[in-house]
Design a protein around this ligand. Sequence first.
Ligand SMILES: [Zn+2]
Length: 237
Amino acid sequence: MNLHLRQLIDLSHIDKAIDAFEPQIEEANYKFEAALAKKKSIDSDIESLGNEIRDEEIKKKKNEIHLGELSQKLADNSKKSNEVKTEREMKSLQLEEEIAKEQVTFANEEIERLERIIDLKTSQIESAKKVLEELDANLASIKAEVDEKLEVINKSRQDVFVKKEKLISEMNQKGLAFYQKIRRWAKNSTVVPVEEQACMGCHMHISDKVYADVIKAEEITTCPHCGRILYVETDKE
Ligand SMILES: [Zn+2]
């Protein structure tokens, strides 16, 4: 086999191996990123619960102020009732008093309801904080595990880079430029095998003449349909 063709096949395998590291790196990072995302989501849950509690407390405060006003009104009414002169005034005072008492009942019920909501949300914050604590404790070990995986990946990636540099230094620059030009669009299928007389890049059938050239492998042959570099896999592959 032509040496330049051999080198191009090797280079295409090395480039494919380099690309295969990316998903491995992503996968290794995924676990840590998922844990971070969960932490972030719990943090934001705690923040919203805190804001909701503040809102409920403002509502509770308003009801308490209203209760104060109502009790003042009831006290005033009771003073006035000693001074009423007519039946009509009396009735009007009684009506006011009834309304004020109803409002007192309502405000008390509302305060109780708000307190229940505040208690519930407070306990939700507490359990979220507990989950967060556990997560924080695990985060360090997840990070260590991920770093360890990444180190192994980077080590083998480094080995492949060294191989690539060595190969490129031995290659003819014209052939390399030709390969890189095709690789820009063909990516990892720049150099493809021929199977059953078809290009494995575009899957088109190639003529007997081109096929014979590929088998001879005396020079670099490209697919007449798509322009990828062709070779026939031998037992050595
Ligand atoms: Zn083709």
